[in-house]
Ligand binder design. Structure first.
Ligand code: ABU
Length: 355
């Protein structure tokens, strides 16, 4: 029986309401995806050889063990702050698979729940992701999603993409500042969306097309307004290290100017973070060094920040936030930080308009 007086088990409308329950990813059996145009479009050029040489193999034990320890550390910190932590199932991503249209030597990982799961209110949406290696990523989350469904949550799978050759531009050239994906079918990664109540901000990217955004807008209906932002980033993939709403009226913007923001942000305080402390030679196989700003808000004040990002910690504290430092540099090599590595399931708040 569902208790109508309690907060729904899944309930999250923005990035800052008080956090009660969250999924923290896991790195066990993570693999290097097979080289493909989608990787050429997004991965740092100095890592292309890594994918070309190691595609289909497990990522090194040394890195995964260090990253797993950091995830356990994050879990302990969240629990000590009173938050319930759930983990996805451990899946062996090293098993080859195929569909009628393509074959893969391996999957990727369940390290980044935020890439895949989009929570809007009491609904969890499984994203139609554009990378073939991520086709079966849903398996890691199904035990949790079944449980949330039985407890009253709405559970939606966006149209499962076919990921045929028609989705990828055959003439794609990363030097031409274009996106590798076509409009063949709706695709998006959940991490290309940031929620501010009734207003949801997203970007078109190397994994999110207009068709995907249109599908989501029509699915959510008139209660929500999706706004597309353009940061003029030819490698765009995931908005959550660039555009980070921290509280009503307060935005952390990892861009040199607010040129990409619509006038609705004119009354908002825009905070520009200091440069990252990540050394230039720190191995970031899957992302840019923007990930240092991929932080996680526990409420309008407490925010989880990488422990060695001392200028960012000081900056946030100077602006009235309460940063909680957590070591995460090894995990960051896998393509994200605290926002990517999690997916908030329940925050104690309601649907509101902040503009
Ligand atoms: N998965 C987050 C990566 C963000 C970025 O490289 O800008």
């Amino acid at each position: 029986m569902i208790d109508e007086t309690k907060l729904p088990v899944v309930n999250s409308f923005n990035e800052w309401d008080p956090l009660e329950e969250i999924i923290v990813g896991r790195v066990e059996y993570a693999c290097v995806p097979q080289w493909h145009a989608t990787l050429k479009a997004t991965m740092p050029a100095n890592q292309w050889h890594y994918f070309q040489q190691n595609g289909g193999q497990y990522i090194s034990d040394k890195l995964l063990e260090a990253a797993a320890q950091e995830l356990d550390g994050l879990t302990a910190v969240l629990q000590s702050e009173g938050i319930v932590v759930q983990r996805p199932a451990a899946i062996d991503w090293g098993v080859p698979f195929s569909t009628p249209d393509f074959a893969q030597p391996c999957g990727l990982y369940a390290a980044m729940p935020r890439d895949f799961l989009l929570v809007i209110g009491n609904e969890v949406i499984e994203s139609p992701m554009a990378w073939r290696s991520r086709y079966f990523e849903f398996k890691a989350y199904r035990p949790l999603l079944k449980r949330y469904f039985h407890q009253g949550a709405k559970w939606t799978t966006a149209p499962k993409p076919e990921l045929t050759e028609a989705l990828y531009k055959p003439t794609f050239n990363p030097a031409c500042s274009e996106f590798v994906i076509t409009e063949f079918e709706p695709v998006f990664d959940a991490a290309d969306f940031m929620r501010c109540g009734r207003d949801i901000f997203c970007q078109k990217s190397q994994v999110t097309n207009q068709f995907g955004i249109d599908w989501l807008q029509r699915h959510l209906g008139e209660a929500y307004r999706i706004h597309i932002l353009d940061f003029n980033d030819p490698k765009a993939m995931h908005i959550d290290a660039t555009f980070v709403p921290l509280a009503p009226g307060r935005l952390l913007l990892n861009e040199p100017s607010n040129a990409a923001l619509p006038p609705m942000f004119d009354s908002w305080e825009i905070l520009y973070p200091p440069p990252t402390t990540l050394p230039a030679d720190h191995q970031l196989y899957f992302s840019s060094n923007r990930v240092s700003v991929n932080i996680l808000s526990l409420d309008e004040e407490r925010v989880i920040v990488e422990a060695q990002e001392t200028p960012l910690i000081t900056f946030l504290a100077d602006h009235g936030f309460k940063p909680i430092p957590v070591p995460f540099r090894n995990f960051m090599s896998l393509g994200g930080a605290f926002h990517c590595a999690t997916c908030d399931i329940r925050r104690s708040g309601t649907l509101q308009s902040y503009f």
